[in-house]
Design a protein. Sequence first.
Length: 177
Amino acid sequence: MDDEMKQRVLLVDDERAVWELLGEKLDRSGLAWRGCSSGAEALSWLEREHFDAIVSDLKMPGMTGLALLAETQKRHPHVAFLMATGEDNIRVAVEAMNRGSDDYLVKPFQLDVAVESVRRAIKKKLMEIELETYRQQLEEMVEQRTRQLQIAMKRIERAYDDTLEALGAALDLRDTE
């Protein structure tokens, strides 16, 4: 599979060794990736290239992972987002998930688990996109059927009025005879 067909992951961590290690595992697992060292750099890459998922460190100088998550949701809502941190704290994980993170990874990564989490998050986002597309198609179909029904109702009303006029004219003719 060439890079054009591979799902693409953006790895964001202020420690280059972290995203290089995970990137190598993603590459061996058939996923394309790019690494960067800050939230601002990640936003710049998101403007230039398409990514299916982001794995971001929580604590980075400048823009935090949560701030990057918020910006990504505003600008690129169909990109899966996974938060990564060295803190194995359930409250931090819950906060990240409540703010929209698709998953939470603890460093040091169990690489197979991390890759599977990325795949699952991408699949979830693709299903959300598919569901939204289906919902829009249903709305369009309902609007179209509603217009057809309104047209049919107007025709029935016209036919009813025409029938009443014809009956009235027939009664008038009968009365005059």
